[in-house]
Design a protein around this ligand. Structure first.
Ligand code: OXD
Ligand code: MN
Length: 603
């Protein structure tokens, strides 16, 4: 079968005939059209409980919640087998794996052959975005994984509502997913942005298999967004309420497992003073220029696929409250009371009598580092259950963004917070941001890598063009839709993870991060004291409200310190990274790098 024949967009093929073609190739025993109802969900759960692929959690404390254990070789996104399949290699760029569509057809399509024999093919129509939003996008995922069906029901608007949308608009992104035989050597996550299509085979892991999330809402959408003049970003969206009751919205990009969910759900220690945080989204933002010249962001997802370890009643009580019912936990440990558990969920010694994520008895031993839950174990929970969910989280037009926050996990170099001098400088800050790698992707943990706008694994096209697109968005010249960003958000960079010479974190993080958000708000409002540094505006030591934190002046100074030597090395490294894009790199970014080098005294 030719690629074109599997895509409704190319040849006007109907949804039904595309499904027929996929079924003829994958040979499922049954085809089930998902309507998204509770009854359907319950029936799939019952089947999975019966065949022991799901474990019921304590119904008294975790109603309608389940534990799912994945194959142990299938626990994270696999970037090395994730491909962008454009006709021209240049369009995928140097940061993506590329495979021409014809080769995908030869190498990957055969892996789907007979892959669904003995299984049910579920047809999942789904929407990314609120049904009433003009910006909602439909997809149809064909999958042989019932776990994917349950997860998609939480993460998207699935079933009839999506089918109605597809019937009305005729548009949807086709996605074919099969677990195959879960052989890592036959695992491929293939994106065809020119056709808005995805194939995923050999993995059931969320980021590889819930095709609406990273595949459609980021990789394919980023490609479309460039063409149409908007942004599809790996960003949380939050609202900061101030003492006047006004809410200012901010979007933040952090690499995977760097605390986006925690920041989006922050419980404010400054609540008595009138500052609180509302959650709009924790992972993805689609941002468009509004008629008022501001950037408006919407969360296309309906749920959270959050990292469990490190999420506790003390660090993220809103996440704990969200994931207390109607939740699927993946690769967490199980207590004797049939409750989920993971490192960081509780303080003190872990409960006795647990089963670890592999299903083995677990005995805590302080002498070894064996964990009970996988480092990338997850909870999948409906966003509407979040106590801090914003009343505007489903607004069809989104919410107006006043600040963009870039951040990473850096033990050194980057101060707690700084503000860029302009949109162009902010794009440079985002383009050169770096972070220590985490367990959300396979590979070594703790290595510093440049991860522009936290989009390195998710940009569906040439990243140099992506940088240019960001620059264009701020040019205040009209985009393809005739819109101008006349009131661009301020751009900040944060680092909650800076360490002192003793190797300990300097900043308490979590809820206390609201103090940094408050400074940003004051900057946006034209208040908020800052000092000029070679890298941008850094708060003066007394500009942050640090009351009650017990931070010594030396710690505050260390948090805000901009070390010229370190930044010289940083700028040189950023320059090397940017030069990898060769002639495709926008000159503005090269100029920004030269300006920084001059500022830090490099001749
Ligand atoms: C995620 C990720 O799951 O970024 O959100 O890996
Ligand atoms: Mn993410």
């Amino acid at each position: 079968m030719a690629i074109a024949e599997t895509s409704v967009r190319q040849d006007g093929q109907s949804l039904e005939s595309w499904i027929d073609a996929c079924a003829a190739h994958t040979r499922p025993d049954r085809i089930h059209w998902c309507d998204g109802s509770q009854a359907e969900y319950d029936a799939i759960v019952a089947e999975m409980l019966a065949n022991k692929s799901l474990t019921q959690l304590n119904p008294a404390t975790y109603p309608n919640s389940y534990l799912y254990r994945s194959d142990k070789s299938d626990v994270a996104r696999t970037e090395e087998v994730t491909f962008i399949c454009t006709e021209r290699q240049r369009d995928a760029g140097i940061t993506n794996n590329w495979m021409p569509p014809s080769q995908a057809q030869q190498r990957v399509w055969p892996l789907f052959k007979d892959a669904m024999r003995g299984r049910t093919m579920y047809v999942i129509p789904y929407l990314m975005g609120t049904p009433s939003s003009p910006f909602a996008k439909a997809g149809v995922e064909l999958t042989d994984s019932p776990y994917v069906v349950l997860s998609m029901r939480t993460m998207t608007r699935m079933g009839q509502v999506a089918l109605d949308h597809i019937r009305a608009t005729g548009a949807y992104a086709p996605g074919l997913h099969s677990l195959g035989d879960l052989d890592p050597n036959k695992r491929f996550i293939m994106h065809f942005p020119e056709e808005e299509m995805v194939w995923s085979v050999g993995s059931g892991y969320g980021g590889n298999a819930l095709l609406g999330k990273k595949c459609l809402a980021l990789r394919l959408a980023s490609y479309t967004a460039r063409r149409e003049g908007w942004l599809a970003e790996h960003m949380l969206i939050l609202g900061l309420q101030d003492p006047t009751g006004n809410v200012t919205y901010m979007a933040g990009a952090f690499p995977s497992a760097c605390g986006k969910t925690n920041l989006a759900m922050l419980v404010s220690p400054l609540e008595a003073q009138g500052y609180r945080v509302w959650t709009v989204g924790d992972d993805i933002a689609w941002m468009r220029i509004g008629p008022d010249g501001r950037l408006w962001a919407m969360n296309p997802e309906a749920g959270f696929f959050g990292v469990a370890p490190g999420t506790g009643a003390d660090t993220n009580p809103n996440a704990i409250a969200t994931a207390h019912s109607n939740t699927i936990f993946t690769n967490v440990a199980l207590t004797a009371e049939k409750e989920p558990w993971w490192e960081g969920m509780t303080t003190g010694t872990p409960p006795a009598g647990m089963t670890d994520w592999l299903g083995q008895p677990y005995q805590y031993d302080p002498a070894n580092k064996k964990v009970a839950a996988h480092a990338n174990s997850r909870f999948t929970a409906p966003a509407r259950q979040c106590p801090s969910i914003s009343p505007h989280w489903e607004d069809p037009q989104g919410v107006p963004i006043s600040a963009i926050i870039f951040g990473g996990r850096r033990a050194r170099v980057a101060p707690l917070v700084y503000q860029s001098r302009s949109w162009e400088h902010g794009v440079y800050v985002g383009a050169t941001m770096a972070s220590e790698t985490t367990a959300a992707a396979t590979g070594k943990v703790g290595v510093v890598r440049r991860d522009p706008m936290a989009m390195l694994p998710f940009c569906g096209y040439n990243m140099a063009d992506y940088f240019q697109h960001w620059l264009d968005m701020g040019q205040r010249v009209a985009n393809a839709q005739g819109q101008r960003l006349t009131a661009p958000p301020a751009i900040f960079h944060v680092n909650w993870f800076r360490k002192g010479t003793d190797g300990k974190f300097l900043w308490p993080g979590f809820g206390q991060n609201v103090r940094v958000l408050r400074w940003m708000l004051e900057r946006i409002q034209g208040r908020g004291a800052a000092q000029e540094t070679p890298i941008g505006h850094v708060p003066t030591p007394d500009a942050l409200d640090l009351e009650g934190l017990n931070l010594s002046p030396a710690t505050v100074a260390a948090l805000l310190h901009v070390d010229r030597n370190e930044w010289r090395t940083e700028a040189l490294d950023s320059g090397r990274f940017l030069s990898e894009f060769g002639d495709d790199l926008p000159a503005t970014l090269r100029e920004q790098n030269s300006a920084l080098l001059r500022e830090v005294g490099w001749h």
